[in-house]
Structure formats: structure tokens, C-alpha cells
Ligand binder design. Sequence first.
Ligand SMILES: Cc1cc2nc3c(=O)[nH]c(=O)nc-3n(C[C@H](O)[C@H](O)[C@H](O)COP(=O)(O)OP(=O)(O)OC[C@H]3O[C@@H](n4cnc5c(N)ncnc54)[C@H](O)[C@@H]3O)c2cc1C
Length: 347
Amino acid sequence: MTQINSTAEITFDADLTALNTLGIAAKAQKLIEITSVNQLKQLHKDGLFEKEQPFILGGGSNILLRRNISRTVLKISLVGITVLSEDERYALVDVSAGVNWHSLVEWAVENNFGGIENLALIPGTVGAAPIQNIGAYGVELKDVIESVTFFDLESGMNQTLTNRECIFGYRDSIFKNELKGKVIVTGICLKLTKPPHTVNSSYRSLSEFLQNKQITDPGIDDIFDAVVAIRESKLPNPNLIGNAGSFFKNPIVERTLFVALTDTFPDIPGYEVSKSQVKIPAGWLIEKAGWKGKKVGNVGTYKNQALVLVNYGGATGEELWNHALRIQKSVSETFGVELTPEVNIIE
Ligand SMILES: Cc1cc2nc3c(=O)[nH]c(=O)nc-3n(C[C@H](O)[C@H](O)[C@H](O)COP(=O)(O)OP(=O)(O)OC[C@H]3O[C@@H](n4cnc5c(N)ncnc54)[C@H](O)[C@@H]3O)c2cc1C
């Protein structure tokens, strides 16, 4: 380990196995841990961002490392949660990019701030949350976020975008498109509710869970507990089985194609997105194509949820990627529907 400009620590030939939840044993030629925005300014002054586009790493829970990384990896470890202002109904909360997302949700529920309880137990960091507009159990980050602050790699300046300017969509934002590779998110500002909260328990498995527990008037803590319990029963713990959550996005298809598919597959589920488009659960397509729980070498799909690709141990990034391609091809041949990865594929 060396120091650059006595500000940031740099590790050469860094092992990334424990820094990606798929547990792929890739290496980075150079890894720098960022604990202050001043370090980014210093790296900009040193000309690092003119020479190369660094890879920005949060909690590594939404990436597939296909091979070793030759560019510099910046691990974002900026921490801090600050309540900026409060009135009777809302609190504006500023959170640094390196804060663990689930710890933030726990903090909010403990402090009786509402709005993100449905997003409990999503792995990763706060800084990555706006990149794909994280969502679960009927809530998306875009429902509660005021603004995103980032460091612009070209100008070396901080900038802030409002919710609307972030162009959030389903697992999408400006940071996956126009600003991809050009910025580092350093913090977000959330607008959280104060009691009495309006909770969102409309998502089917959530409302069923609450009904079974005979909770008729749930508070944000009930929603939090329910989401944690449901997720623990359904999704593999990355500490036990390497995975990156849902590997593919749920495809949105033309209604005409969906209607045609119901002839052959009468039980195919679909959710209306617009008058002309329908969203199909990718997990259903993968399961129906015969991949649920199937193991091929060191990789496979999870036994309880076909949408989750897993590393049973010792898989290479290429092995996992080839498995993803096999599934994509099989779903395309069976249904004529193209799956696109939700996980970021890192070359
Ligand atoms: C078991 C499991 C369950 C999951 N469930 C859900 C779910 O319900 N809903 C959901 O939406 N997601 C889910 N995910 C995916 C993942 O948790 C989220 O996408 C999360 O926001 C990724 O955070 P991270 O810090 O791990 O990002 P990383 O994997 O480190 O990075 C993801 C991408 O964001 C970029 N990035 C990271 N930090 C920054 C930054 N500060 N500035 C700029 N770019 C950055 C990276 O370069 C990369 O392209 C799940 C993952 C797992 C393993």
C-alpha cells in the first residue's frame, strides 16, 4: 500500500473477491479508497481523470466483473447522515455516497422518518442507489429523492441535479446514460415523511404478509419488518451464495406480442405499463424456459428465484457471463422476448 499526495491510500494488484457480492475472484491493478471529496479534487489536479476513466465501486452488489480491471478502481467510502431541515410534515436528509443503504433505512425507521422502509435490505451503498433508481415492494428511490450531488470528472467541480433532472426510469437514470462514466455520486438528499405517515403496503406479497400477521394498520416499522422477513425468505444471502440480486430487468414488450404469447402460454403474467406495453416478470420466463435451480459447472440460477444467477463457488466472471448468455438465448428462442441485464457488466 502507498500514499498519493498524502491524501488517498492506493493498493496495487488489489483482490476484489470480497468487494463484489457475486464473489468473482478478479483483481484491480490499482484501487484507491475515497474517504473525502478533497481526495477527488486532488486526483483531478494530478490529472488522473485526463489519463483514464476510473471504475467507480460502491458495495459491488450490482456488478459482474468479467475479468481483471486494468483501470483505476475508486472505492467510494464517504460517510455521514445529516438532517438538513425539518418542518411538521417532512425532513430533508443529506446522506453521503459511501453509507450502507440498509443502515440508512434502519436509521430512518428508528428516527420515525418514513418513505424508504419498503427498500429495506437492498445491499450496496447510497451513492449507487440513484444510478439504477433502486426499487422494491412498490417503492422506487425516485419517490423520495430530492436531489443528487456528484463530482464531475472533467471539470473537477461538484454539481447537483434535482429529481426531475435525474430522468429516473425503471432501473434507469441519467447516470446510466448521458452521465455514464463521467461523474461520481458523492451524496443524495431525501425528503422523508414525519408522522402520521402514509405507508405503501399495496404490493401483493407485502399485503398478504401483513394480513397473515393480522396487522391491519401498519406503521413504517411493520413495513420494514415485513420487507426484511419476505426478502430473507426469498433471496439468497450474498455472504452464503454469491449473487447480485435480479440479474435481468423485467422486459417490457408490445401488447400485441404479449397477447400472442397468451395463446401458447395462457398463464403468462403481465403488468400493464401503458396502453400498448406490458411488463413480464423475467423470473417467470427463465423458470418456464427450464432454468430454475439448474446448476452448470460453478454457476446456476437460485432454487427459489430463477432471476437470481448464482456463483456456487469458484466461478470466473466469464463463466457467469456465458451462463447469462445461455439464458438470454433460451428465453429469446422460447418466447421471442429479449432479456437485458440489470447488473452492470464490467469489462
Ligand atoms: C441479494 C440482492 C438483492 C438485491 N435487491 C435489489 C432490489 O430489490 N432492488 C434494486 O433496485 N436492486 C437490488 N439489488 C441490486 C443492488 O443492491 C443495487 O443496485 C445497489 O444500489 C447497488 O449498490 P452498490 O453500492 O453495491 O453498487 P455497485 O455494484 O458497486 O455499483 C453499481 C454501479 O453503480 C456505479 N456506482 C457505484 N457507486 C457509484 C457512485 N458513488 N457514483 C457513480 N457511480 C457509482 C458502479 O460503477 C456500477 O456501474 C440487489 C442485489 C443483491 C445482491
